[in-house]
Design a binder for this molecule. Structure first.
Ligand code: PEP
Length: 245
């Protein structure tokens, strides 16, 4: 399976800097002979503007969330068909910052994944334990419940394992922890979806950078990375793409 590197810009990127970042990515990616799939997920406000340049550079456009309904009285929200209308192909769902700051439950994430698939988007569903759950030895149990609760029947998307304690910390999970969890997630996916679970891509996310990426991407069952901070500059993002297979 080809690996995929996904950049999550979070709430960053006014027009000038967003344009400069995509231009920088386009220039540097053009020099790579073969490469992994690359997805950039700018904030909603930049999707329409950046779409053509992102695609021209051979990357795909992703969003950071969508609502579970197609349309209606949901002030401030954006639906999956609206994203498709802008040329978006992927959507991150259930990121720990949304689960935390917007109180999103597994059930909501599952409904959003259904809506995303119905609209033709590929959902990237995030799961991962927090520091307390890790300290009390409940990492697998937590992730197992999140997978069961957040992924709908017939799920055709990507699962991102993002330990909450590693996100934005500067320190990624260890290679062994990532290997153990990726194997556990693969088992869960096969248990839940049968053979289809073997082809669902599993990403690692949480402080991936140029120094640790070569430990992370070769791990069995790891099919790519979801990247926050290091996706905000071409010089820190492109080396991650270069390290992918
Ligand atoms: C993220 O929040 O999805 C993420 C992986 O962030 P960072 O790479 O900055 O830890």
């Amino acid at each position: 399976m080809k690996q995929i590197i996904v950049g999550n810009w979070k709430m960053n990127g006014l027009s000038a800097e967003a344009d400069a970042l995509v231009a920088g990515l386009a220039t540097e990616l053009a020099t790579l002979p073969t490469r992994a799939d690359v997805v950039v997920c700018p904030p909603f406000t930049q999707l329409a503007r950046l779409g053509p340049a992102v695609k021209k550079a051979g990357m795909a456009l992703g969003a950071q969330d969508c609502h579970q309904d197609k349309a209606g009285a949901h002030t401030g929200d954006i639906s999956a068909p609206m994203l498709v209308d802008l040329g978006v192909e992927y959507v991150i769902l259930g990121h720990s910052e949304r689960r935390g700051e917007h109180h999103e439950l597994d059930e909501t994430v599952r409904e959003k994944a259904v809506a995303a698939m119905a609209a033709g988007l590929t959902p990237i569903v995030c799961v991962g334990e927090n520091a307390d759950q890790r300290a009390s030895g409940e990492s697998e149990e937590t992730v197992g419940w999140q997978i069961q609760g957040s992924l709908p029947q017939g799920f055709r998307g990507i699962v991102a394992y993002e330990p909450v304690w590693a996100i934005g910390s500067g320190t990624a999970a260890s290679q062994q922890d990532i290997a153990d969890m990726a194997a556990f997630i693969r088992e869960e996916l096969v248990r839940q979806f049968g053979d289809a679970g073997k082809t669902i891509r599993i990403l690692y996310g949480g402080s991936v950078n140029e120094r640790n990426v070569t430990d992370i991407l070769p791990v069995e069952h790891v099919d790519g990375a979801l990247v926050g901070n290091a996706s905000l500059k071409a010089e820190t993002f492109v080396p991650l793409v270069r390290a992918a297979r």
